[in-house]
Design a protein. Structure first.
Length: 362
């Protein structure tokens, strides 16, 4: 057997969000007999998400600090990384403000296949937006393949340039309702007799988490048995805690931080609430639907409806409506019975979201 081809995967952070889950899913499908895979860690003082799994599956972590953290060190460390002369550089990103990775790939190995994958539909502002507009003009000259998680994301990131939509697919064998696991989780969390709502998303402005607490305030007034499980971490955690306390929801709104086994928490959710201000693709909304959970998502031009598996379990609500109106609409839509929840995986499969059917070409 000859030498393995070398891949550099960029985009993994210390947070296990939708982007990170896409990257680890991609990595799990890479043929380890053909490729060796390095993951770029831009926060050397932290572990990247899924680091243990990456190492167990044969991946390697390399480091180069973020440009905004240390300008000169960033470029010095990038030079050390790219001296490995990668065959493929796969850049997963939320915007195009930093294209150093593509330029370095081009400089250090003219034969490198340079892939850039768009995972957002908004978010660059000020100098970041200006840089993105400049980089959009010549992105086709420094990348060989351009992918996007949705048409909305691709149109925003590449603005008139060609690209291909790659579905943010999931392992449908993993995201499948299991009544026994549901019983175990209810017992483990002490939620017997409770009506469980929830979400999976960072505690950041984009995800609109403070609005979720507002929704829960009114939902709790309508039915005190409703509890809310919020999986995710972020810079708004302290603000969330203060707001939860101000509404006396400490025993009803639970900030769970990160959880690697999100599929176990989906088992006990009856309603999934996702009021993001913008998204490239609502990854966790797809997971929730596949698990047979009534899903409520923002209706707006900055969120794509491509995440809808067309199973009748997705409801769109405008952010122009108040939190009370959101709560009222959610509470009056009936949860999917447990005996039906297993059927929703086939809708996700038919909509093209089975991981087995979505392997990108390197």
């Amino acid at each position: 057997m000859g030498l393995k081809k070398k891949i550099l995967l960029i985009g993994m952070t210390s947070t296990s969000g939708g982007l990170e889950r896409y990257i680890i899913n991609f990595f799990s499908g890479v043929d380890q007999n053909i490729y060796s895979v390095d993951f770029l860690n831009q926060e050397p003082d932290k572990h990247i998400a899924y680091e243990k799994q990456i190492k167990e599956q044969g991946g390697t972590i390399v480091s180069a600090i973020k440009r905004e953290k240390h300008f000169f060190r960033h470029y010095y460390e990038l030079m050390r990384v790219f001296k490995k002369k990668y065959d493929v550089v796969y850049y997963n990103t939320l915007d195009l403000t930093n294209i150093d990775f593509l330029l370095f790939a081009k400089i250090f190995n003219r034969n490198t296949v340079k892939i850039v994958h768009a995972h957002n539909s908004q978010g660059a502002e000020g100098i970041r937006l200006l840089l993105m507009k400049v980089h959009q003009k010549f992105i086709t000259k420094i990348s060989d393949k351009r992918y996007a998680c949705s048409k909305l994301s691709g149109d925003w990131m590449f603005e008139g340039k060609d690209y291909k939509v790659i579905n943010n697919a999931i392992d449908l064998d993993k995201f499948c309702f299991d009544p026994d696991r549901k019983r175990d989780m209810i017992k483990q969390l002490g939620l017997d007799g409770k009506i469980v709502w929830g979400t999976v998303g960072r505690l950041s402005e984009q995800k609109n988490p403070l609005f979720l607490v507002e929704i829960m305030k009114y939902a709790h007034e309508m039915n005190p048995n409703i509890v809310f499980l919020h999986i995710g971490k972020g810079e708004l955690r302290d603000d969330m805690i203060l707001k939860i306390k101000s509404y006396h929801l400490e025993n009803n709104y639970f900030l769970l931080g990160e959880r690697k086994n999100v599929e176990d928490y989906y088992q006990i959710m009856e309603k999934f609430v996702f009021p993001s201000i913008y998204e490239g693709f609502g990854f966790s909304a797809l997971e929730a639907q596949a698990m047979g959970i009534q899903t409520f998502i923002t209706d707006g031009k900055h969120l794509t409806n491509e995440v809808d598996i067309h199973a009748g379990c997705m409801t769109y609500i405008s952010l122009k409506k108040t939190a009370k109106e959101w709560a009222d609409e959610i509470i009056h839509i009936q949860a999917i019975p447990d005996c039906k929840r297993n059927e929703y995986g086939k809708f996700a499969r038919e909509a093209g979201f089975d991981l087995k059917d979505n392997r990108i070409s390197l």
